[in-house]
Design a protein around this ligand. Structure first.
Ligand SMILES: Nc1ncnc2c1ncn2[C@@H]1O[C@H](COP(=O)(O)OP(=O)(O)OP(=O)(O)O)[C@@H](O)[C@H]1O
Length: 444
């Protein structure tokens, strides 16, 4: 019996009696299965995965998709299985881990087994006759569409994990019915920062992760994305009622205690701006009614222990203070810095190479330098660094578009050589900065 299986005997574990020099880690396993009747077999699958993973000697990457073959014969159909190594008492996934990672350092294996939803998002309309009346989009999570979303978002170390941990802890406290008079947990997370920095995507990725990490607690999970703009009815006095109507459908979801409900209010400043401009015109009309109705409903809905609220804003100066006050966590999500830019561009280039759109001079069998790096790799790394410096000030959204523009500019109808691609990318970046300077904002 190896170290891990001893620790996972189901009797709880005390890490203190292990040698002090031994660094211990948690292994978090996310396993999507295809079986229809997986709920009945969940515990069996969890045990099977725990013992299969325990018997592995080492793990080769910090964050990885496990090859199901190394888990031996499985009597259930896998969609995918992904593992995360997290140092004990730290949120930094994989950062202190050396690879290949010896599984004898694992103190605990947490397995989350779930099924991916293939459902299309449902739209909640406020008015059957109005085209623009989609008030909310309801996603069933974890969704197949968002499998790669979490990994695709790259931020300075720790931001994603901090938010995930906060959301996890506040939901856990709410679930334990912690007294509100003693501990203040609002379950509202506010993300603010420039446009295109990935705030909306990050909320969706968090919803997906939470649905997975709470899959043992909640049998279903939804993300309700509210379209703030739709709440202003052309019939002034109607708007308060529209908000009420929309929240009624959220209550219906939240009334099921086994369902996790996450609500996303995107670009909340549109509500606040409306309230401010109405106040300036001394017109206590529709907009004030909408915001007040929204705040009242938010306060009611967050009392449900199974509800979590995300709010995003592009303009810090215009966020209604009432929303800011309600948020426990206010996280700035800015434009990426050099290291992150490199990672984002590298992920785009890798995808293009893998799909045969770009030729990889990087991997070509040129002579190797003393440190084992090939000249191709050295050229790739150095050029990427130079390009990343040029990209400072651009948003994540813009960065993910630049490679496409570079392909268009490059005018290649066949496989484009990497060197040509870099050349084209560099000139596209110059153009982008010029456009931004002219328009005073980002338009790509
Ligand atoms: N840090 C990042 N890492 C990787 N991709 C990013 C990053 N930031 C933005 N992106 C890309 O930009 C896209 C758009 O981001 P998103 O719409 O979530 O931004 P936003 O901040 O909500 O923008 P807006 O305020 O204009 O709605 C994302 O789908 C993602 O592909």
């Amino acid at each position: 019996m190896n170290f891990v299986s001893q620790l996972n005997d189901g009797n709880g574990r005390d890490v203190n009696h292990y040698p002090k020099h031994l660094k211990l880690y948690n292994l978090i396993v996310e396993c999507a299965v295809k079986d229809l009747n997986f709920e009945e077999r969940k515990q069996q699958i969890i045990q099977h995965l725990k013992s299969s993973i325990s018997s592995l000697e080492s793990i080769t990457r910090a964050e990885f998709y496990l090859d199901p073959k190394i888990l031996g014969s499985l009597d259930f159909e896998l969609d995918y299985i992904q593992c995360f190594v997290a140092p004990l008492k730290s949120l930094k996934l994989g950062s202190e881990v050396e690879f290949p990672f010896n599984t004898s350092c694992i103190s605990d294996i947490k397995v989350h087994v779930f099924k991916l939803s293939n459902d299309e998002p449902a739209e909640e309309c406020l008015d059957d006759e109005e085209e623009d009346s989609v008030a909310a989009t309801v996603w069933t999570v974890p969704s197949r569409e968002w499998i790669y979303l979490w990994d695709s978002l790259i931020y300075d170390e720790g931001i994603k994990e901090k938010l995930l941990h906060y959301a996890y802890v506040s939901m856990m406290l709410a679930d334990k019915r912690i007294k509100k008079d003693i501990l203040c947990v609002n379950k509202v997370i506010l993300l603010y920062g420039p446009t295109g920095s990935g705030k909306t995507s990050l909320c969706k990725a968090l919803a997906q992760k939470l649905a997975i990490r709470f899959s043992n607690r909640f049998s279903s999970a939804n993300l309700v994305e509210i379209n703030s703009h739709s709440l202003f009815s052309k019939y002034f006095s109607e708007s308060g009622k529209l908000v009420q109507k929309m929240f009624n459908s959220i209550y219906e979801l939240a009334e099921n205690p086994n369902s996790l409900v996450m609500v996303l209010i995107d670009e909340v400043e549109s509500l606040a701006l409306a309230r401010k401009s109405a106040a300036n015109r001394s017109e206590p009309g529709d907009s004030i009614r909408v915001v007040n109705a929204m705040l009242t409903q938010l306060d009611r809905i967050k009392k449900f222990p199974n509800v979590l609220i995300f709010v995003t804003s592009n303009m810090t100066s215009s966020i209604d203070l009432a929303f800011v006050d309600r948020a426990d966590i206010k996280q700035y999500i800015g434009n990426p810095k050099c290291g992150v830019i490199e990672s984002i561009l590298e992920s785009c280039i890798k995808e293009l190479i893998q799909k045969g759109v770009l030729s990889s001079d990087r991997a070509q069998g040129e002579s190797r330098l003393r440190n084992g790096t090939s000249k191709g790799e050295l050229y790739f790394n150095d050029t990427l660094k130079e390009i990343a410096v040029k990209c400072e000030g651009l948003s994540g959204r813009c960065l993910r578009k630049l490679p496409v523009l570079a392909l268009v500019d490059g005018c290649y109808d066949e496989v484009m050589p990497l060197s040509e691609f870099f050349f084209s990318l560099s000139s596209v970046i110059d153009k982008q900065h010029k456009v931004q300077a002219e328009l005073g904002q980002e338009f790509l």
